[in-house]
Design a binder for this molecule. Sequence first.
Ligand code: Z5A
Length: 205
Amino acid sequence: MFITFEGIDFCGKSTQVELLKKYFEEKGKSVKIIREPGGTEISEKIRDILLDKKNNKMFMETELLLFSASRAQLVREKIIPYLEKGNVVISDRFHDSSTAYQGFGRGLPIDSVLSIHSLAIGNTIPALTFIIDIPIEVAIKRKAEKTHQELDRIEVSSNDFFEKVRNGYLTLAEKDKRFKVIDGTQSIETIHRIIINFIEEFEHN
Ligand code: Z5A
């Protein structure tokens, strides 16, 4: 099973990815965790370019193609082989991040973004995608608590940008049953329980 997590920064995806990994492992399943952008030697190098604040002259088209290049490598080098060996693969972000951030957020034409996805990922589409949805104010509050860590090139974007990204995710969710939108302002345990319920429902259908 291939599962992805999406949402704006600080929504709590990474926290839920770890809890879900434990859940599957307790059931005796082998789980592989992937983080986007990154996850292979080549993809991690692309990640460094993408998140480096010095690269403030990057055009949005370049940004989209770099995220997609990183993903194309990850899909072929890791995700497909992992799935073929019967692992559960959980990815912290995947192609929907590019639709939300570069498409809805930056304003690139959605059709062009989707056609680049089709080249980059082919048929490797997640079975389930959890969108952990939080209002921008909650993200700002959590961001302020992260004062000990430097924010990356994308994290320093405007609130208006993140609002567009959030709305982009919600628009995507209306179009496909693969998406499960969860209120990310609930407690970590409640969100985890909701995710497990969706997984169990999916496995029984
Ligand atoms: N990006 C893009 O533009 N296009 C693409 O195609 C892709 C990515 C793939 C990647 O950065 C950046 O690239 C990202 C999108 C863009 N940019 N921004 N901005 P990253 O990988 O370094 O970071 P991230 O994916 O955005 O998120 P993160 O830092 O890993 O955070 P998170 O996964 O959303 O949340 P978290 O680490 O689980 O939790 C954040 C904090 O909230 C933490 O202190 C938790 O303890 C707390 N938390 C978590 N859950 C809760 C609940 N339920 N209540 C209260 N507090 C909570």
